[in-house]
Design a protein around this ligand. Structure first.
Ligand SMILES: NC(=O)C1=CN([C@@H]2O[C@H](COP(=O)(O)OP(=O)(O)OC[C@H]3O[C@@H](n4cnc5c(N)ncnc54)[C@H](OP(=O)(O)O)[C@@H]3O)[C@@H](O)[C@H]2O)C=CC1
Ligand SMILES: C/C=C/C(C)=O
Length: 358
């Protein structure tokens, strides 16, 4: 695949597929996008046969439109539950990418600039600008653009808003976070530490536990190998938890609620342990803990605070530049490996943000 346009006689070609147009007399842009299509809805854990790689011929951008070329694509947990409610079989998989503007007929998005776009799983996109955001104008040269999909992007914002807007954490409080070595969880722990909290995290491997210790978490455990989740949570914070940043759901959720302090606060961010269930999980249900501990629980979606995103991204970027925030990535190379990267993330292969580099 050519990354940049190049010329052949009178024809200027871009993109993946070049056919023989030796007779053309004027500038023609021919782009074939590679796309990943949802062939059928996922049932249980995603299968390779649920997805299909397809080519799509793109037209010339019209006035007001741009032609984008994906540089990095994100694979995120939400794709699993949202595919069921937001997509029909035959649709291009939903998703966000960092893309380069390679042709522009829209002055808001000059050629050569980079955008974060909700373009789906595709290598090339014609866009009228809807759902595109320019990467911060002062993005430092030495910071990889892929972080705009991770710590300095949606997952970083999720961590920030969950802690500040939903939990309203205070110095001295103890914060519990699960899926702690992932894109959101690893930022949650670091911000909570920056704000003077004690942080307890759980993750699914010893290597992830070691990573979280490096990040400065106060207490970390491997939820897959501890003999008792309840004992692990008690040992980590015998006095209980004021705040709980919930990413997982299921049994972890119920046990964690039993360890909350009176009038503890819970930000329900995700429930990844539920996303691939064919049948809904059954109890134990947490009602009694919620009632007798007088817990406050709030679900949230990161989009609620979209109006604050630019300022919030600058804060995250400042912490990164000051060395106060580390953003680890798990990079899979090759657009054809999107399904493998997606499944790997759902299985816990990633430490930090799962990214695909085209
Ligand atoms: N509300 C919102 O606006 C948003 C919510 N989210 C939610 O935040 C959570 C984390 O997302 P994100 O950081 O992007 O993803 P991660 O980078 O954390 O990747 C997913 C991780 O989840 C863990 N996991 C997978 N299956 C299970 C399971 N059955 N039980 C426990 N852990 C499991 C794995 O880590 P391990 O090895 O530790 O098991 C895996 O690496 C998700 O629930 C997601 O839906 C994310 C963005 C926005
Ligand atoms: C915006 C993301 C939502 C979830 C649940 O992951």
């Amino acid at each position: 695949m050519s990354e940049r346009p190049h010329s052949t006689g009178h024809c200027h070609w871009r993109g993946v597929a070049r056919t023989n147009h030796s007779n053309c007399l004027e500038r023609i842009t021919m782009v074939q996008a590679k796309t990943w299509i949802l062939k059928q809805h996922f049932e249980g854990f995603p299968k390779d046969s649920d997805l299909e790689l397809k080519l799509e011929q793109l037209p010339e951008p019209k006035d007001g439109e741009v032609l984008l070329e994906a540089v990095f694509l994100s694979v995120d947990p939400y794709m699993r539950p949202y595919s069921r409610v937001r997509m029909q079989p035959g649709d291009v998989m939903i998703g966000t990418q960092v893309a380069k503007v390679i042709q522009s007929k829209n002055p808001a998005f000059p050629e050569g600039s980079h955008v974060v776009g909700q373009c789906g799983w595709r290598t090339h996109t014609i866009s009228d600008g809807t759902g595109l955001t320019q990467v911060l104008s002062d993005w430092p040269q030495d910071v990889p653009l892929s972080l705009a999909l991770g710590g300095i992007g949606m997952p970083g914002l999720t961590a920030l808003y969950g802690l500040e807007e939903v939990l309203a954490i205070k110095p001295g409080e103890t914060v519990l976070v699960n899926a702690a070595a992932g894109a959101v969880g690893s930022v949650v722990g670091q911000i909570a530490k920056l704000k003077g909290c004690k942080v307890v995290g759980s993750a699914g491997s010893d290597a992830k536990v070691a990573f979280l210790k490096e990040l400065g978490f106060d207490y970390v455990f491997n939820y897959k190998t501890v003999p008792s989740l309840e004992k692990a949570l008690k040992e980590a914070s015998p006095e209980g938890y004021e705040c709980y940043f919930e990413n997982v759901g299921g049994q972890f959720f119920t046990v964690a609620l039993s360890q909350m302090k009176q009038r503890g606060r819970i930000a329900v961010c995700g429930g990844i342990s539920l996303y691939n269930d064919k049948e809904p999980q059954t109890g134990p249900f947490p009602h009694l803990h919620v009632i007798f501990k007088e817990l406050r629980m709030e679900g949230f979606l990161v989009w609620r605070w979209q109006h604050k995103n630019e300022e919030s991204l600058r804060r995250l970027l400042t912490w990164l530049k000051e060395g106060k925030l580390q953003c680890k990535e798990h990079v899979t190379v090759g657009f054809e490996n999107m399904p493998a990267a997606f499944k790997g993330m759902l299985q816990g292969e990633n430490t930090g943000k799962a990214i695909v580099k085209v």
